[in-house]
Design a protein around this ligand. Structure first.
Ligand SMILES: [Zn+2]
Length: 268
């Protein structure tokens, strides 16, 4: 799911929203440093005469490919129209979840979500029909939003986490309406009714069972991402009259309360 509208300092696309992730920057710098050091180590461990590979050289080669593989990649986010976005995704077994391939996929999805930037990304959005999504609502995404805007949406920072094979129960009926956006419908937004509270049973990135009870904006993110795993996009649930481009949303609607939006669009 998209991060939401940008306010003041973040009014332009990109920029400040993408930076400032101190911990991730440090982690990236560490991986870069390790990669360089291992690469240098490989250089000094020359191939001995006779072509036999020394065990230390083998070790350095293995370490090198491991550090290289730790560098997360930004994946391409698919747009509505791609068949995979309309298919029900497959469940993952605990063994699959713990595999190197899925662990790498999680890291790449995390990087892709930060880069977008978004608060959630489901595997079908990067072309993988798997019941897996990553979520994180960073404090900096809302630091410039008006207090009223945050309060109305009950939006709070949510730390990074992974949901796998989720099953959810709506704890309230789907009657809270706000504009939301999707990274697979780039440049658009619409009012989508969602339940204010949900309960989700899922597995985490280690394959351990988790129960999440969420309310407010976090509950909306969960519903949006879990919908993706069933081949559902927000346009299937939106108030069609409120569908619009982001630029026009920013021009006419961003600063309005939902009461005014309802009055002007839905009750017109
Ligand atoms: Zn989405």
């Amino acid at each position: 799911m998209r991060t939401g509208p940008r306010w003041q300092a973040n009014a332009n696309h990109g920029g400040a929203l993408l930076d400032g992730g101190g911990a991730e920057q440090a982690e990236k710098a560490l991986v870069d440093e390790c990669t360089t050091r291992v690469a240098n180590m490989r250089q000094t461990l020359l191939w001995p005469k006779g072509g036999r590979v020394s065990s230390r050289r083998k070790e350095a080669d293995a370490l090198y490919s491991e550090t290289l593989s730790m560098r997360a990649e930004v994946l391409k986010i698919l747009q509505a129209g791609e068949p995979v976005l309309r298919q029900r995704a497959s469940e993952l077994s605990t063994k699959e979840i713990r595999s190197r391939a899925i662990q790498k996929l999680i890291e790449n999805m995390r990087e892709t979500m930060y880069n977008a930037p978004g608060v959630g990304l489901a595997a079908p959005q990067i072309g993988r029909g798997l019941q897996l999504a990553v979520i994180e609502d960073k404090p900096e995404y809302i630091k410039d939003s008006p207090a009223e805007f945050i309060r109305e949406r009950e939006r709070q920072p949510v730390p990074f986490h992974v949901i796998i094979n989720p099953k959810f129960t709506l704890l309230e009926s789907a009657n809270v309406e706000f504009f939301e956006g999707c990274l697979s419908l780039a440049g658009f937004t619409a009012v989508v009714p969602r339940a204010r509270m949900v309960r989700v049973e899922c597995l985490n990135e280690r394959g351990e069972p988790k129960v999440i009870e969420a309310s407010g904006w976090y509950a909306r993110i969960l519903q949006h991402e879990i919908d993706h795993l069933q081949g559902t996009i927000y346009i299937d649930r939106m108030q069609p009259r409120t569908f619009m481009g982001m630029e026009l949303f920013n021009q006419y609607w961003k600063g309005k309360s939902m009461g005014e939006v309802v009055k002007q669009i839905l009750q017109a």
